[in-house]
Design a protein around this ligand. Structure first.
Ligand SMILES: Cc1cc2nc3c(=O)[nH]c(=O)nc-3n(C[C@H](O)[C@H](O)[C@H](O)COP(=O)(O)OP(=O)(O)OC[C@H]3O[C@@H](n4cnc5c(N)ncnc54)[C@H](O)[C@@H]3O)c2cc1C
Length: 569
């Protein structure tokens, strides 16, 4: 058994992982390994476009109370309010830390950091670097990490399992895609920062790599997943590719227009219009499309126009250059002269690995941060700007907590048995037949079609039941998946099989949680239960792995500041 050891393992090199690694490196001499299935700077976070939320100008009327209220109301009251309060207070410092680490924030003429409006925020709160915010945030963190000799990198290394024995973290099994090596990575502590799983949908804004591996591995290892039924649909996915057109485009003043030329949001959210929260805008767009007021697209992808023309060329060039480039390259449309075709696309997982307010999971030695975690900041519906922000805050918190933990945990926990390691090696490289009866890519297509059709913006009980049957059939076909490539080096065929297996496990959790939750709250909109039901459902779902499927239990929401009220915009 090949073994590597470090003090701390950060699994994932997106914003949350890098922020955690920086925190450890600047406060200790512990040696940190960052593991990523892609090259570090290819992590999904580089795609973040519109901005990061923080109260930066209280003298102009913004406040922690307002940011917290917007977040709690946006969450449809499912956010834990102590978590929200900690978050809003921590954010301005994160913006300034990035500033010190070199990020080129877009600025006002007087040199201060500029902020743009965003959905569900009652104040312009989005700090941004044009429309490439994630890229510049990643770069600032990456550059900062170069200062520390204590950080090792395992790029293009795919983690296949998280080993927990005796109730504690024992290591990761890792497949090095570049040379085929399979090894055990031991550490005293682990931070899981593996991002979301939106690639279970066909029409999605997400990178191809967002396959939820960390969530699925944690779930199978015994960590509960929380609130997984809440999947966010971003109103403006570019049709037909699904590429994101940032909410910043509407924050800058863009209009959503139906085929009658109407700005229909006046019917649904008269005070916030196009920058109402995403769940509301997405439902409004689908309602317009279903009523025949959309534009006809191919493959059922009917759409709504996002019109930026009135913003003028100069503003589009300065504030939304990448959006213009994307529309031009993928749709041959210049938004300076033509509206952009958009419709709601799967975009974000509000749910994730259950953690406490410090990012700690129930297993000693394991933390989770970023989109893979559910610290309960976003509840049933995340506001734009709050995800990159969460990655920064809880990446930092988890890093700091691990440093404290290691002051007590001085030695490595014992390794797992050689037998356990060999079993995992056989599961990865010896399980799939060369000529299987099931086709990986067809299984993935069926999964995506099912999720797109039956587990989308609006849901019903019968649709969810049908979707669950399909997912269980697809799961049963996994051992029969044919993997024609028998090599170990850059075997993308085998990788696709492992990723689809992870996505199927998570789809089962999402649908089971959604079927059980007989109410509509935030992004979970049930046509057969159209109202929020606080008496029965003001609670978090926890899903535990069993061989028969997820076992659900519920824990209370922490309400410290505001009682739930009707949500109007
Ligand atoms: C197009 C787009 C634009 C967005 N824009 C914004 C925005 O403007 N503002 C905002 O607040 N939010 C935005 N979001 C959301 C935000 O970008 C993400 O939620 C956030 O970047 C997630 O970061 P993360 O660090 O949690 O995970 P990621 O950046 O997804 O990183 C996951 C890491 O885990 C690694 N990994 C995963 N599985 C494995 C495995 N099996 N083995 C080894 N490594 C693994 C990956 O290689 C990667 O390094 C946007 C989302 C999208 C899709």
């Amino acid at each position: 058994m090949e073994v590597r050891s470090h003090d701390i393992i950060v699994l994932g090199s997106g914003l949350a992982g890098l922020r955690a690694a920086v925190e450890v490196a600047r406060h200790s001499d512990f040696d940190v390994a960052i593991v990523s299935k892609v090259q570090l700077m290819r992590s999904h976070s580089v795609c973040a476009e519109g901005g990061t939320g923080a109260v930066m100008h209280p003298e102009e009327g913004d406040s922690f109370e307002l940011h917290a209220w917007d977040t709690v109301k946006g969450s449809d009251f499912l956010a834990d309010q102590d978590v929200v309060w900690r978050f809003v207070q921590a954010m301005p410092r994160e913006i300034l830390l990035l500033e010190h680490w070199g990020i080129p924030w877009s600025r006002r003429p007087d040199g201060r950091i500029h902020q743009r409006p965003f959905g569900g925020h009652s104040f312009p709160r989005g700090c941004y670097a044009a429309d490439k915010t994630g890229f510049f945030e990643m770069h600032a963190l990456y550059d900062t990490l170069q200062k520390y000799a204590t950080v090792a990198r395992y790029d293009e290394c795919f983690v296949t399992s998280i080993i927990i024995e005796g109730g504690e973290f024992r290591g990761l099994t890792v497949w090095n895609l570049t040379n085929g090596e399979f090894f055990l990575l031991r550490g005293k502590a682990l931070i899981i920062a593996t991002g979301g799983a939106c690639r279970m949908y066909g029409f999605t804004t997400y990178s191809l790599t967002a396959t939820g591996d960390g969530l699925a591995m944690a779930y199978r290892a015994g960590l509960p997943l929380k609130d997984m039924e809440f999947v966010q649909f971003h109103p403006t996915g570019l049709v037909p590719s699904g590429i994101l057109i940032t909410e910043g485009a509407r924050g800058e003043g863009g209009y959503l227009v139906n085929n009658k030329g109407e700005r229909f949001m006046s019917q649904y959210a008269p005070s916030m219009m196009e920058i109402a929260p995403r769940d509301i805008v997405s439902r409004s767009m689908i309602t317009e499309i279903e009523a025949g007021r959309g534009f006809a697209g191919v493959d059922g992808l009917d759409y709504i126009h996002l019109d930026l023309r009135h913003l003028g060329a100069e503003r589009i060039y300065e504030r939304l250059p990448m959006i213009r480039e994307l529309a031009m390259k993928f749709n041959f449309i210049d938004p300076v002269f033509e509206p952009i075709p958009t419709r709601p696309a799967a975009h974000y997982f509000m749910g994730g690995i259950h953690t406490d307010i410090d990012g700690a999971t129930p297993i000693p030695g394991i933390w989770a941060a970023g989109e893979a975690a559910c610290v309960s900041l976003h509840g049933a519906n995340r506001l734009g700007l709050n995800s990159t922000a969460e990655c920064l805050v809880w990446g930092g918190i988890a890093g700091g907590e691990v440093v404290k933990f290691l002051a007590k945990q001085r030695s490595l926990p014992p390794p797992p048995s050689e037998g356990r390691f060999k079993e995992e090696e056989a599961r990865i490289f010896g399980r799939f037949p060369e000529k299987g009866e099931a086709d990986i890519y067809e299984v993935r297509r069926q999964l995506q079609r099912t999720m797109d059709k039956q587990v989308a913006v609006f849901r019903t009980g019968p649709e969810l039941e049908a979707a669950l049957d399909t997912i269980r059939e697809l799961k049963a076909s996994v051992p029969r998946l044919g993997v024609a490539d028998r090599g170990r080096v850059y075997n993308t065929n085998l990788l696709a099989a492992l990723e689809v297996e992870n996505l199927l496990d998570l789809a089962e959790v999402i649908i089971s949680g959604g079927l059980a939750r007989s109410e509509s709250r935030g992004a979970h909109a049930r046509r057969d239960y159209p109202h929020r039901d606080d008496a029965n459902w003001l609670k978090h779902t926890l899903a535990h792995h069993t061989s028969e499927g997820p076992r659900l239990e519920y824990i209370p929401v922490r309400i410290t500041l505001w009682q739930p009220v009707e949500r109007k915009y």
